[in-house]
Design a protein around this ligand. Structure first.
Ligand code: HAM
Length: 424
């Protein structure tokens, strides 16, 4: 027997019965982003591998073990994008959109990371992200946090997410902190696990992010970056905290929040939930003021975040139900009814573009057609039989309400708003 082909592990189909909540979330995202003046940017799914290595950092989980990298037919190393920031910066520099300009971009699309799949963690997942260029903050920091907070309100999940913030300081104080951290961990070399030992001289900040229970005490006693901040970094952070208070956004400071990508400095943050098991980060981001220059552009401050849409959709599904059933199903009995019905259906669609109307196809008797209408959850059956053709009428049968059926003229059906028929 032939084996059925299946989707790749960790890469999911989103089926029609799941799509309503996705569309609801995507519509609200678009509306809010437009409302804050963000412009959509679409970049390719595949980029040169070097872009991600230089942006995300050589000694990060993503670059070390999670990228989908392959040689194309010309022998060039390409990678399926694991995130969207790198591509936005690349596109911004390439098209001259960043130098001396203020840009507010947003994007949405599939991202790819070869992680171990589990609930909320996939190999193909979707992000909606924003990237702002040309603004130092902290006013822009509060803007994007308020934008996120508005999204949660609009989606009815405000009480399920909390904000954690931290600062990584500017590059000067990060360098000093890094030294202190390396000294501290070197003094405790025997307590480091293999991963942390490997990171000690390449990316010591990431050791703070270790989930290994055996290392937690060691990490808890490590020097704190907050004690190494210089005046500029301190002012930025306290400025943001002041604005968060003014805007009444609740937050906690998480000194261990270092993020898994190397490009960050100053503010970093995550919106987290406890409702989805271990994969609790819904939205994450921060400043990356050095990246544009590092990739060959003029020095440009930048900040952004990305929302994991699978996680957001899972949360929204907990609080609301979505249905996408048709309003009406057109039942047509016989050739003359079919001829009359399809003209009526087109007229109805002209007059009522919001109406979800399904026309019976493939014939069938009355019982069979009604069964199809019922199976797809239609609210109404619009029935045209021989009598209705003669009298130029439709019989409206209510499939979800205990209500007497009605007969009405074609004209009335077209001009009456069908949705209002069953809302009355
Ligand atoms: P990130 O923290 O790697 O940041 O990802 C952002 C969000 O994407 C996560 O908080 C999570 O919701 C979702 N996510 C990440 N990996 C997976 C996965 N394997 N399965 C499902 N969801 C996932 C970034 O990607 C940065 N580019 C964010 C950013 C934009 N920073 C500045 N601008």
């Amino acid at each position: 027997m032939k084996k059925n082909l299946q989707a790749i592990r960790g890469m999911n189909d989103i089926l029609p019965n799941e799509i309503s909540v996705w569309q609801h979330v995507e519509n609200i995202l678009r509306e809010v982003l437009l409302n804050y003046g963000y412009q959509e940017i679409r970049t390719p799914i595949v980029e040169s591998t070097e872009l991600f290595v230089r942006t995300i950092g050589e000694v990060t989980d993503i670059v070390e073990k999670e990228m989908y990298t392959f040689l194309d037919r010309n022998g060039e190393s390409l990678t399926l994008r694991p995130e969207g920031t790198a591509s936005c910066v690349r596109a911004g520099i390439e098209h001259g959109l960043l130098h001396n300009q203020i840009q507010r971009f947003w994007y949405q699309g599939a991202m790819f990371r070869h992680e171990r799949p589990q609930k909320g963690r996939y190999r193909q997942f979707h992000q909606c992200g924003i990237e702002v260029f040309g603004l130092k903050g902290p006013d822009i920091d509060i803007e994007i946090l308020l934008l996120a907070a508005r999204l949660w309100r609009r989606l009815g999940i405000s009480n399920k997410v909390t904000l954690q913030i931290n600062t990584l300081g500017n590059s000067a104080c990060r360098a000093r902190y890094r030294e202190a951290l390396v000294t501290y961990f070197e003094e405790n070399l025997n307590l480091l696990d293999v991963d942390s030992e490997r990171r000690l001289h390449t990316n010591p900040l990431r050791i703070l992010d270790s989930k290994n229970p055996a290392m937690q005490d060691l990490i808890a006693c490590a020097p704190k970056l907050l004690d190494f901040l210089d005046e500029e970094s301190q002012a930025h952070f306290s400025g943001l905290r002041y604005l968060l208070d003014v805007a009444q956004v609740a937050y906690t400071i998480n000194p261990r929040l270092v993020r898994g990508l190397d490009y960050y400095g100053l503010t970093v943050f995550e919106w987290v939930t406890t409702e989805l098991g271990s994969q609790g980060a819904i939205c994450a981001g921060g400043h990356y003021d050095g990246l544009v220059e590092e990739l060959g552009g003029q020095a440009t401050p930048a900040i952004g975040f990305a929302i994991g849409l699978e996680r957001l959709v899972a949360l929204v599904s907990q609080v609301s139900e979505f249905e996408n059933n048709p309003d009406a199903y057109l039942v047509m009995l016989g050739d003359e009814a079919l001829a009359a019905g399809l003209v009526l259906a087109e007229n109805l669609r002209n007059a009522q573009p919001q109406l979800k109307l399904i026309m019976n196809c493939n014939g069938g008797n009355f019982g069979q057609q009604l069964k199809r209408a019922d199976k797809i959850g239609a609210r109404l059956a619009l029935i045209i039989g021989e009598d209705e053709v003669k009298t130029k009428t439709v019989t409206v049968k209510y499939l979800r309400e205990d209500r007497q059926q009605e007969n009405m003229s074609w004209e009335k059906v077209v001009n009456e708003r069908i949705k209002e028929l069953y809302l009355l």
